[in-house]
Write a protein that binds this ligand. Structure first.
Ligand SMILES: Nc1nc2c(ncn2[C@@H]2O[C@H](COP(=O)(O)OP(=O)(O)OP(=O)(O)O)[C@@H](O)[C@H]2O)c(=O)[nH]1
Ligand SMILES: [Mg+2]
Length: 468
């Protein structure tokens, strides 16, 4: 296939033992010849060769390995090469630019995988699986992505498609040959099969919330009124002194975040500006930002100061947030227990939260942990609670789940169509049943990328990294 040739580094440009540069397109052989003074058309493809890499004036720059893949037996389906050189960012950048001067252009995000998809080497949901496998925040997220990549999801979808098609043909036969009782399934049999379809599709959606966390990670936001020790707690959790701590209330004005690994899960921890009634315009803006980021959080750590005699008006603001965010995991951190009365605050907050919360406090959605950010007491207990959010109930490890919000949205449409088919069937409306089931088939084709618009395809690949 004739196409322009793309080039990009496939590894991050930081000093490292090896960098990989990828090339794909019709000029790969020509560019390789200029770079290595070797003719790869006469060499056996898909084998690695040790070569010298030459600069623009013919100077020897480095030594590395080159693997040439001849179309169509490559990742993209085109002529492709992977060049392994010593991992100096300046060297890698120079060689990429050299490839561009020899006729390649810089690849866009995900363009290698996009070409693989457009050349029929890979289905759309498998392309997404490559992206989610690279980005997964946990090993379980990697496993779930790989199950889709190795074709389990496609197999399930294809089986569903066949099954729906079979039911549709039986339903349509009932319309065309209503007297031919031998040919058609009974009403009960069709109903039974439609119900089974519903269960199977429901199965791949039901784990989405868990899968989403395991792949895309979680955002854990620390909130509380000023001076309760949020920034000190943030520093204790991430393990170094990143946020400014001071006895002056209103120290943190903007939020700061840090990605950390807690027991094999990547979590974004966010420190925020203290929430209180304020007339200072900068502080007000900071509080506004806190409230916005609370909205996007998966986990909230709500901090209270146990060195105070009793709750203040501003603590009530935090209780209001807890009441409003009942769908989130909430960790109540009772801070400064090195100088405060932990028991008094535990009992008090337990009562307050049971008053405002519809959920039972012991059902793991809300937990109360006494801590001292200063003395590093209770930090491990907070981390354990965060881990529970990731792994509790992650029992579906053998099954296949949707792994992107696109897949989830389409699976829901399939489910809806099957449900509509069932309702039509209950009214003995065979035409409506067949119509809805055919819509479900169209949606399955969209899921696997057989019927996707250019816009959707572009959107999917734009979330990839360069060089993938
Ligand atoms: N004794 C004790 N003091 C603490 C503890 N945690 C924080 N402090 C102190 O409380 C004060 C406020 O701490 P910060 O972490 O800046 O509080 P903050 O909640 O981030 O405050 P704002 O950014 O103003 O909203 C500082 O003087 C800290 O040294 C703790 O566990 N024990
Ligand atoms: Mg602070």
């Amino acid at each position: 296939m004739l196409s322009d040739t793309i080039v990009a580094p496939a590894s991050p440009l930081i000093p490292s033992p090896i960098h990989i540069i990828r090339l794909s397109g019709s000029k790969v052989l020509e560019i390789l010849y200029k770079l290595t003074q070797k003719d790869f058309s006469s060499k056996e493809p898909r084998k690695s060769y040790l070569v010298r890499i030459y600069g623009e004036n013919g100077e020897e720059l480095d030594e590395g390995l080159v693997v040439f893949f001849k179309a169509p037996h490559s990742y993209t389906g085109e002529d492709m090469a992977e060049i392994f050189i010593h991992g100096n960012p300046i060297l890698t950048d120079y060689i990429v630019k050299l490839c561009i001067s020899y006729g390649a252009r810089y690849a866009k995000e995900g363009e290698f995988t996009k070409r693989a998809f457009l050349n029929g080497k890979i289905t759309l949901e498998k392309s997404e699986a490559i992206n989610s496998l690279i980005r997964a925040s946990t090993l379980e997220g990697v496993r779930r992505s790989f199950r889709v990549l190795k074709g389990e999801f496609e197999k399930l979808m294809s089986e569903l498609r066949e099954e729906i098609l079979d039911v549709v043909s039986q339903v349509e036969a009932s319309i065309d040959f209503p007297e031919d009782v031998d040919y058609e399934l009974t009403y009960e049999e069709i109903m039974g099969r439609v119900s089974q379809l519903y269960q199977k599709i429901y199965g791949i959606i039901s784990e989405w919330k868990k899968t989403k966390t395991l792949i895309y990670g979680a955002k854990c936001v620390i909130v509380g009124k000023p001076n309760v020790g949020k920034s000190m707690l943030f520093n204790s959790i991430i393990g170094y002194s990143r946020a400014i701590v001071s006895p002056i209330p209103g120290t943190t004005r903007d939020f700061i975040d840090s990605d950390i690994d807690i027991g094999g899960a990547i979590v974004k921890i966010v420190d925020t500006a203290g929430v209180r009634k304020s007339y200072d315009p900068i502080e007000k803006e900071g509080i506004e930002r806190t409230l916005q980021i609370v909205d996007s959080a998966d986990i909230l750590i709500c901090v209270f100061d146990s060195s105070e005699k009793e709750p203040q008006q501003d603590d009530e603001e935090i209780l209001k947030i807890i009441k409003a965010e009942q769908d989130k995991k909430v960790i109540i951190a009772i801070n400064k227990i090195d100088i405060g009365d932990a028991d008094f605050w535990i009992n008090l907050l337990r009562k307050k939260i049971e008053e405002i919360s519809e959920k039972n406090i012991d059902q793991n959605q809300i937990s109360i942990i006494p801590v001292s950010a200063k003395e590093k007491i209770g930090i491990d207990a907070i981390k354990e609670e965060i881990l529970k959010f990731f792994f509790q109930g992650a029992s579906y490890s053998e099954g296949v789940s949707v792994i992107t919000s696109r897949q989830k949205a389409i699976a829901e449409e399939i489910l809806q169509n099957v449900l509509t088919a069932k309702n039509f069937m209950m009214q003995s409306d065979y035409l409506g049943t067949a119509y809805s089931l055919r819509n479900a088939i169209k949606k399955i084709d969209e899921m696997l990328g057989k019927e996707s618009s250019q816009e959707i395809i572009d959107r999917i690949f734009s979330t990839f990294c360069i060089g993938k």
